[in-house]
Design a protein around this ligand. Structure first.
Ligand code: TRP
Length: 339
């Protein structure tokens, strides 16, 4: 049976954290190991530049960190093609053709772009490349004829826009060159891990994240500092479980959910201290993070090998993307010298 194709990626703007792990990386490893897919995993450095053009060192430094995080969680260059966006010229040419099929108004309506524009405080100074990144993302997806795109919930509008571009392209140029992708989203409740401080989102900029590269002591300190129930002052006080970040993490990470249910009951009645539940969470997290950390440390010893792996992956990715580009050019009629 022909393998289905997966494409997904991350912007290299920092190390990856346990929110990325739960929201996306874990799924990718599962899909990779099922043997039913050929995953293309892209480090989206050019997309990261759309709002970091004046700070390229940040992207350059983060690239290797993201690659290490990938290998650490179990993405395997023998089973997945791991590559770098900026090294695939076909993506930019496809982007150019798609840009002619999308209106500015449509981009301005993209809800994720809208939110990001506000968050980043662009006001009237939105870089053209930033506004256009959903189009470039459609090129990323379609260049590999991806069937499935595993991403976080916030990327749903990008998939929708890519699907629209596929339909428009195939209709306008009367062809079936492009493949309509489907999103693959996290299970209910696994999509968004709140920050350590209880903020709805775990993120680098909010300083409320546990990184896959954090050592055991740092993880422990972070867990001990976590937001719980501010009304739960004495051990014997009844405590709240809803909105209590420690329990939210236990819901997601603890293998023994019966135990979590018991702890919740005890906590709500009163008599269970925050330190106890935090210690348990720390144990649970260590179970998951220790092997990742060990693999990461091993790979980090040989950075040259990582760049070699990325170069190999980029070669394979170029082959696939160039083939699609040629078909797209033919469909548009830009094949003057093929006679
Ligand atoms: N926008 C994605 C993010 O911020 C990264 C990305 C770039 C991507 N191109 C992609 C994801 C293509 C899936 C498919 O995380």
């Amino acid at each position: 049976m022909e393998k289905k194709i997966i494409l997904t990626g991350d912007r290299p703007t920092g190390k990856l954290h346990i929110g990325h792990y739960i929201g996306s990386l874990k799924n990718r490893v599962k899909l990779q190991n099922s043997g039913e897919y050929l995953p293309y995993i892209m480090i989206a450095d050019t997309q990261a530049l759309t709002d970091n053009a004046r700070n390229p060192e940040k992207i350059r430094n983060s690239l290797i960190q993201v690659a290490l995080d990938y290998l650490a969680v179990g993405l395997d260059p023998e089973k997945s093609v791991i590559f770098i966006q900026s090294q695939i010229p076909a993506l930019f040419e496809l982007t150019a053709y798609y840009m002619d099929l999308v209106t500015v108004a449509r981009l301005e309506r993209n809800p994720t772009v809208k939110t990001e524009i506000k968050q980043k405080g662009f006001n009237d100074s939105i870089p053209v490349g930033f506004l256009n990144y959903p189009v470039s993302q459609a090129a990323d997806i379609t260049a590999f004829k991806a069937n499935l795109v595993p991403v976080g919930d916030d990327q749903e509008p990008m998939i929708e826009q890519a699907r629209e571009i596929v339909r428009t392209f195939n209709r306008v140029y009367d062809c079936d060159v492009l493949v309509e992708p489907e999103g693959y989203f996290p299970e209910e409740g696994q999509g968004r891990l709140p920050g350590l401080d209880g903020n709805a989102k775990m993120s680098k900029s909010l300083g409320n994240a546990i990184y896959l590269s954090d050592n055991a002591k740092t993880v422990q300190e972070k867990v001990m500092s976590m937001y719980t129930d501010p009304g739960h002052i004495h051990v014997e006080d009844p405590g709240k479980v809803e909105g209590n970040t420690v329990f939210t993490y236990l819901d997601v990470f603890a293998p023994d959910q019966d135990k979590v249910a018991e702890l919740k009951e005890q906590y709500q009645k009163g008599g269970l201290g925050d330190v106890k539940i935090k210690r348990y969470l720390n144990e649970v997290l260590e179970e998951e993070l220790e092997p990742i950390r060990a693999r990461r440390a091993k790979y980090a010893q040989d950075e040259d090998a990582i760049y070699e792996m990325l170069q190999e992956g980029s070669k394979k990715a170029n082959k696939a993307a160039n083939a699609t580009l040629e078909e797209a050019r033919d469909a548009i009629g830009l094949n003057y010298f093929k006679r």
